[in-house]
Design a protein around this ligand. Structure first.
Ligand code: GLP
Length: 244
């Protein structure tokens, strides 16, 4: 695993965006896959800046969602990953709508949306996957409680810890989803290139575990040790326990 340590969140976002845009410039029809959460927001903004300055084009790219909440009321859809990615990235660049592969947020349609995602993944292998990491080591919504390194796209029950960390995005605790659809670990490992981004002291313990421990399903991110093309970009705060 390559580890790139930068000073702060701003540097992390710039570095990640530069590496990703360079890859897209080398392969204009790259297939990307995006995590959501607060960590990649700066990277998305930098990628948007590259696009507006005509240093990259997303015209021929495709994009998968890494995961999506199951939200059982349309009133909550503004909290979806779809809304988040449209707001932070898709609506600001020239990617074509037909090339964006998301999930149906209605849990009643989970089987259908998972089958459709499996077909699309088979037809469009992911070139560039941008991951964040949960404080408990989850990637996507592959949670430590029921992680399986051979898993493919599936319906996942969110852990209490994850639900608590997502609480800030909802008005009411009852609205925080209990389930999400996520690409599985096996899907993630099929990506040709993986960037894992981590910023802040709250990620320091997870990063230190990832870089010092062996593969263990109780720590889902450790599956990345199997992959031969992972770049972890961390700021000083997130790297602080690893360095000691
Ligand atoms: C969520 C997402 C992950 C994301 C993680 C970290 O649970 N499913 O894909 O990487 O949170 O989020 P943040 O970047 O806000 O810390």
């Amino acid at each position: 695993m390559e580890v790139i340590k930068v000073k702060n969140y701003e540097q992390l976002s710039k570095k990640a965006a530069k590496l990703i845009c360079d890859m897209i410039n080398n392969k204009k029809d790259s297939v990307m896959c995006f995590a959501t959460g607060s960590t990649p927001v700066g990277t998305f903004q930098e990628m948007v800046d590259c696009y507006t300055q005509k240093r990259v084009t997303f015209k021929n790219t495709k994009a998968f969602f890494l995961d999506e909440y199951c939200l059982n009321h349309p009133r909550l859809f503004e909290h979806s990953n779809k809304y988040f990615l449209e707001y932070n990235f898709f609506n600001k660049v020239n990617i074509e709508e037909k090339n964006i592969f998301g999930f149906d947020q209605n849990i009643q349609n989970a089987d259908k949306t998972i089958a459709q995602m499996n077909e699309r993944l088979a037809e469009n292998p992911i070139d560039i996957l941008i991951l964040g990491i949960g404080e408990n080591g989850h990637i996507g919504y592959n949670e430590p409680e029921d992680c399986d390194f051979s898993s493919t796209c599936h319906l996942a029950k969110l852990s209490i810890k994850t639900r608590l960390s997502q609480r800030k995005y909802f008005y009411d605790a009852d609205e925080v989803p209990k389930y999400a659809i996520t690409l599985g670990i096996a899907d993630i490992l099929k990506a040709k290139k993986i960037f894992l981004l981590a910023s802040g002291l709250n990620k320091a313990s997870a990063i230190s575990k990832l870089l010092q421990e062996e593969q263990n399903t109780c720590f889902p991110a450790s599956a990345l040790l199997q992959h031969d093309n992972v770049t972890i970009i961390v700021d000083e705060a997130a790297a602080s326990l690893y360095d000691k």
